[in-house]
Design a binder for this molecule. Structure first.
Ligand code: MEV
Length: 334
């Protein structure tokens, strides 16, 4: 041996497939306001996840990278995809970041159980999984801040003013208190609590909703600044409640946050119906989660009420529900 680069190439040819997974996420409080500098609390959801698998293709020309994402009917050569294609961008940004000018022939297969356009972080999770799997495969595993930073660059393709909360919570896979421009605070949940997630089944593009909020903010700056500030105050209160283990006030704070999101114009009849149904079925509080207009809502419940609330959500039109326990030790993704 001792022939430098070609050893590395042979090693890569013999490499087994490598994969990485990334969880979904929910925003407990603070969506939209977080785009305007207010804090948000977000937690990972492990019941849904994105997966990227990198497999060598020694029979192909070196440098040929195939992207295979059956759920979005994508099977294409990276070189044929436009620069604003989010999956292609995740690959290109990773290659550029680690300086892999001459990658071997590969297939990157992307699958996900996170509903697309549902507010559960599907875009950021796919990016994080691709960035991790590809950098690991090429022998340059990246630390969390760099993975998150690259995923943030892809988020900017999805929508022009991402706060960065999605890529942050999904990369860390831990509860985060996030405020743009401030150091990321990964925090402990003193007393675990149970959340039921209800999916309206209505797809809503985060980019459209974020853009719409921007237009409304520009036409009524004072009203929107007041709403964002109120949400920021609630988020701050909720953070102290959660970190002190005093969760009893949390439901009321989530309800108040939902009303502010309604006032902001980002709820929908479907979301309001699920929020109402969850409260009537005994949830301590409920709100939309993520960008709104469709996608998912969340309800804070006593663990013994979780099934009842889940059933009530389905009766009220939810196409799917997830019961998840919010705690610090989320365990390894299976
Ligand atoms: C999307 O999960 C959350 C929003 O606040 C957008 C963002 O933070 O970039 C709506």
């Amino acid at each position: 041996l001792g022939n430098g680069g070609s050893d590395r190439f042979l090693y890569l040819l013999a490499m087994p497939a490598i994969f990485a997974k990334a969880p979904g996420k929910i925003i407990l409080l603070g969506e939209h306001a977080v785009v305007y500098g207010q804090p948000a609390i977000a937690v990972p959801v492990n019941q849904v996840q994105a997966k990227a698998m990198v497999t060598p293709n020694p029979q192909n020309q070196p440098g040929l990278i195939i992207l295979d994402a059956p759920q979005i009917h994508l099977l294409a050569d990276l070189n044929g995809l436009p620069s604003n294609h989010p999956l292609a961008a995740a690959v290109r940004l990773t290659l550029a970041h680690i300086g892999a000018a001459h990658p071997p022939a590969l297939t990157i297969r992307v699958t996900s159980t996170i509903p697309i356009a549902g507010g559960l972080g599907s875009g950021a999770a796919v990016s994080v999984a691709i960035i991790r799997a590809l950098s690991d495969y090429l022998g340059s595993p990246l630390p969390d801040d760099q993975v998150s930073g690259l995923a943030y660059e892809v988020e900017k393709i999805h929508h022009t003013h991402p706060s960065g909360v999605d890529n942050t919570v999904i990369t860390r896979a831990k509860p985060v208190y996030f405020q743009k421009g401030l150091p990321i605070e990964v925090f402990d949940i003193r007393t675990p609590f149970t959340i039921v997630i209800g999916d309206t089944g209505v797809a809503a593009q985060t980019s459209d909703v974020v853009q719409d909020v921007r237009c409304r903010y520009e036409s009524e700056p004072e009203k929107y600044a007041r709403i964002f500030n109120s949400i920021g105050e609630l988020t701050c209160l909720a953070y102290h409640a959660i970190t002190d283990g005093e969760n009893h006030g949390l439901g009321g704070m989530m309800n108040a946050n939902h009303e502010l999101l309604v006032e902001m114009g980002v709820s929908s009849p479907e979301l309001n119906a699920l929020v109402q149904a969850a409260r009537q079925a005994g949830a301590a509080g409920a709100k939309l989660s993520g960008a709104g207009r469709g996608g998912n809502m969340i309800a804070l419940v006593n663990p013994e009420h979780a099934e009842t609330v889940s059933a009530a959500l389905k009766t009220a039109g939810a196409v799917n529900t997830i019961i998840t326990t919010i705690q610090t030790q989320i365990g390894m993704i299976e």
